[in-house]
Design a protein around this ligand. Structure first.
Ligand code: HEC
Length: 112
C-alpha cells in the first residue's frame, strides 16, 4: 500500500495541520444578518489590519480581498461546527469565540 499517492495525502495532511487546521465547518443560517457593514469591516480593522495591510502579507482591507482569501481566513481564525481556529491573530487583541463564530458564519454566507 505504499503508493506515491499515499505520500501526497500525508504531505497534504501535514500541510493542513501546519496552517492551523481545517475549515471551521461553519454554515450559513438563513436568518443570518451579518454584513460587511455591521460586522466584517470592524472585525478586520480590530483584529487583522495592523499586520495584514502592509504589503508583505495578504491585505484584508476590502470586501474583494476578504472574499479572495476566505478559505484561508476560515481555517486560521473562524469557529464553526468542526473547529475553533485560533492561529490568527498571532498576538495582540484576540477575538472572542463568539466573534470567531460570527466570522465563520459571515464567510459561509458568502462574504456579503
Ligand atoms: C500580530 C500580527 C498579525 C495579526 C494581528 C494577524 N496576522 Fe495573519 N499573519 C501574520 C503573519 C506574520 C503571517 C505569515 C506567517 C505565518 O503564516 O505565520 C500571517 C498569515 C496569515 C494567513 C495566511 C496563512 C496561510 O497559511 O496561508 C492568513 C489567512 C491570516 N494570516 C489571517 C489573519 C486574520 C483573519 C487575522 C485577524 C483575525 C490575522 N491574520 C491577524 C500576522 C498577523
Amino acid at each position: 500500500m505504499r503508493s506515491p499517492l499515499n505520500k501526497l495525502f500525508l504531505a497534504l495532511g501535514l500541510l493542513a495541520i501546519g496552517c492551523g487546521g481545517g475549515g471551521s465547518g461553519a454554515t450559513c443560517p438563513t436568518s443570518s444578518t451579518l454584513t460587511y457593514d455591521n460586522f466584517g469591516r470592524q472585525f478586520f480593522a480590530t483584529y487583522c489590519d495592523r499586520c495584514h495591510a502592509a504589503g508583505t502579507r495578504p491585505s484584508y482591507r476590502t470586501l474583494a480581498e476578504i472574499r479572495a482569501g476566505s478559505t484561508a481566513i476560515d481555517s486560521v481564525a473562524a469557529a464553526g461546527a468542526s473547529a475553533v481556529n485560533v492561529a490568527m491573530p498571532e498576538s495582540g487583541a484576540t477575538p472572542t469565540e463568539a466573534e470567531r463564530r460570527q466570522l465563520g458564519e459571515w464567510l459561509a454566507c458568502g462574504v456579503r
